[in-house]
Design a protein around this ligand. Sequence first.
Ligand SMILES: [Zn+2]
Length: 532
Amino acid sequence: MSVSPLFPFPDGLEMTSVSETANEVVVCVTSQRESSPCGQCAMSSSAIHSFYRRHPQDLPCVGRPMRLILTVRKFFCRNLDCSRKVFSERLPDFISVSSRLTMRLRTSVQEIGFETSGKGGERLGGKLGIPVSDVTLLSSLFLVPLPEMGPVHVVGVDDWSWRRGKRFGTILVKLETHKIVALLADREAESVRQWLVQHPEVEIVSRDRGLVYLDAATSAAPQATQVGDRWHILANLGDAVEDFLIRAQIRLEEGKASPQKEQAEATPLSSFSATPASQRKSQARLFRKCKLYQRVQELHATGMSLRKIGEDLGLARNRVRKYFRQAPEPPRPTPRPLRESRLDPYEDYLLQRWSQGERNTAQLHREIRERGYPGSASLVRAYVGHLRTTTADGSPPRSRKERANAISPRSLRGLLARKQEDLHQEEQTRLDQLLSLSPQGETLYALLQAFLKMVRERKHQDLRSWMVQAERSGIPELRSFVNGIRRDYDAVHAALRLPWSQGITEGKVNNLKTLKRVMYGRAGFPLLRQRL
Ligand SMILES: [Zn+2]
């Protein structure tokens, strides 16, 4: 055919016809090659067994998708030592054995994948005549060969979500150099096992505390010491603290702890103020938790296993177990962000009258109008209604300002985790006030600080006695944290003893964040490419 310059194919692949359908250009191609290497033993054979057709997608033709009808053969393997009797024809320069994309198309798809997110790439591909799903797009990226890294003695293993928490891959990092050595398309023990078996030089496996990687490392790298990831351990402890604060309803308000209110307002402590955004965030977190809890219960009621539920909802298995065991606290209404109200200048007066026992909206409205209030009675009614509901349980009325300044549990968690010598005076005052609210809070604080010190100073020998104390504290959140440690004691202990923990020692925290972004972020791929 004379059109071959328009449709170039490698030697031995002959085009026999071109046609079109409404959606695509269809090109028939037949392999005329003399022989093919066996997929098992690589010995060449020219003894044809049969013909069959493949229908791969190829690069688009003038903006239209191009489909091939590719006629290839099966050969007999003549190597008597080979276990394979019949094998499919290999076209190593054109398409791999079971692929539905030619290699030149695959390269384009990978380029699109690197520059875009999954769904964006799908849309772009559609416009360019490359109809691929986001899944194909992203899984193509796993086929990009990684550069040879030499022996890996310390490897970090973690999962990472590459499809909005629905699909997970595994990332392996050589911790001596912080270079990614492998990306696996799933987070199954088997995939990790295969990699580990090929790397008997591995001495240390740093991993998260999921059971999957524990299984893989235990069976495939028995020579290696397993180290729990400190980042995950500390995050779990932090979650326990936050859960406690929420459950115990320990709250603190900005400014209240400070004796000199004016001064505190002049220099706000930005990291501890509960901005509307951060409140919304922690509120959304709680709401998500509750919804997940309901989903877990529903799915379990249908007879689904916890493992399957985890996969379905994109949850780590210990999360599933946690949600299965206990319902998280339902979200409470968040204080609204403080907006200017015409009532503001009269609030003090209203609160004063409230504490004197005045409950009548019309009366209160009359009184403040006499003092210059220009607004309607409905604002007053709403305000009185609010006072009524918030003081129904006997708690004192709180001004709008106090409510808007409530500090989020997340910030309190941050405060509790700070080194005492690093605290400013206001923070110290706030901490003292927080601890005075609850004896359990005080115990929790002491245990938290002891744990952090143990991690900082690698006092692994103290771990056992810490666990005993935490259990005796009677704080359920701590008890379940300790149970988590007990399930994976050796790795947690090693995490306190050894410097390796995802390779990120002190001072490399930013690096860890980059890595986490690579691991968990949707925007990870372009970044990942730069790292490779
Ligand atoms: Zn063979």
